[in-house]
Design a protein around this ligand. Structure first.
Ligand SMILES: Cc1cc2nc3c(=O)[nH]c(=O)nc-3n(C[C@H](O)[C@H](O)[C@H](O)COP(=O)(O)OP(=O)(O)OC[C@H]3O[C@@H](n4cnc5c(N)ncnc54)[C@H](O)[C@@H]3O)c2cc1C
Length: 312
């Protein structure tokens, strides 16, 4: 397929990072093209109430916030293409981004393709996302005040989140498929000595059940094969995080955890290629932090294009 057109700046992804980058780049008159992928507005669109994004004291729906971001970016001249990136070639400048209709070349690129939380892939999980199934303690803790909840996972993030959630929940039970933890010993000790935390070890969740929200879990002991139904008010799943980096393997440097490696200017190791949001963030993973990284990436890209400081 042939060349569609050349752009000054292409932004990959339309979650909070990509959309904020689009607002900043459009205001700088770079006429950015945003290639949205299939999840317009990103992971935030999956939640009906975001209560921790500044400026919305009564909370705002994820979709609604995304629409406002898009409207603001379009008002300054950003263009949107609802398509999925199929390949990115960073071996020569200008860089090439391939989509279903052909290729774009671009002087600079902001990669904001986000990440996916690893799923248990059990019945009920998809159905109850946002109604009792959560992948983010910071986001959803307040909905579980004085509730009895379950946390799945055995790594640092599972134990950290479980300890954090005890500030709100009445009880937190950690379900882990082994009887030892990948998390560090200090964290494990803090979890083991927390009076609100109990453990269900050698166990896996086979099904999440409920009506309006989650009511119970079907849990299997992997050693004995015994199955039990456990009542719960909610389940938090922390079994890993996969940044959407497959197009950049062998092209960009990555961190050991799989996120793209960037410096404080959001620069990757390629001139004119910036990254923002969860694809480059193993730590914070919030709408506000992703949006902040997107803004920073756009400011860096603007400086790079205006002054040619990237050195093309
Ligand atoms: C259910 C849920 C509830 C949450 N609640 C909150 C909350 O209350 N508060 C909070 O601060 N955070 C919350 N979060 C976290 C927050 O949504 C994320 O931190 C944030 O969305 C990350 O933004 P991002 O732009 O980096 O990536 P994402 O939101 O992951 O967006 C990635 C974008 O990249 C696009 N993309 C992916 N692959 C391709 C491709 N091949 N080609 C083109 N585009 C592609 C996608 O279509 C999407 O538009 C929640 C997350 C979830 C899952």
């Amino acid at each position: 397929m042939g060349l569609i057109e050349h752009r000054q700046l292409i932004i990959l992804g339309a979650g909070p990072a990509g959309l904020s980058a689009a607002i900043y780049a459009a205001r700088a008159e770079l006429k950015p093209l945003v290639i949205t992928g299939m999840v317009l507005y990103g992971q935030a669109s999956l939640t009906y109430a975001i209560e921790n994004y500044p400026g919305f004291p009564n909370g705002i729906g994820g979709m609604q916030l995304g629409q406002l971001f898009e409207e603001q970016a379009k008002a300054f001249g950003a263009e949107f293409l609802f398509d999925e990136v199929q390949a990115v070639d960073l071996s020569k400048h200008p860089y090439t981004v391939s989509v279903s209709g052909g290729d774009y070349t671009t002087d600079a690129l902001i990669i904001a393709m986000g990440a996916n939380n690893k799923r248990l892939n059990v019945p009920g999980e998809e159905e109850f996302i946002g109604r009792g199934v959560s992948y983010c303690g910071t986001c959803d803790c307040r909905f579980y005040r004085d509730k009895d909840i379950h946390v799945v996972g055995g790594g640092d993030s599972a134990l950290e989140e479980a300890i954090f959630l005890t500030r709100f929940a009445h009880s937190v039970t950690i379900i882990h498929r082994r009887d030892t933890f990948r998390a560090g010993p200090i964290l494990e000790n803090r979890a083991r000595t927390n009076p609100k935390i109990s453990f269900l070890l050698d166990s896996v969740v086979k099904e999440i059940r409920g009506h309006e929200g989650v009511d119970e879990l079907l849990v299997e002991n992997v050693k004995t094969g015994e199955k039990n139904i456990i009542p719960t008010d909610g389940i938090f799943i922390f079994i890993g995080h996969s940044p959407n980096t497959k197009f950049f393997e062998g092209q960009l440097e990555m961190e050991p955890g799989g996120t793209l490696k960037i410096n404080e200017l959001m620069e990757t190791n390629k001139k004119g290629v910036f990254a923002a949001g969860e694809i480059a963030d193993p730590h914070f993973r919030q709408v506000v932090t992703s949006a902040g990284m997107g803004a920073a990436a756009a400011i860096s890209a603007t400086r790079c294009l205006e002054t040619m400081s990237c050195g093309f």
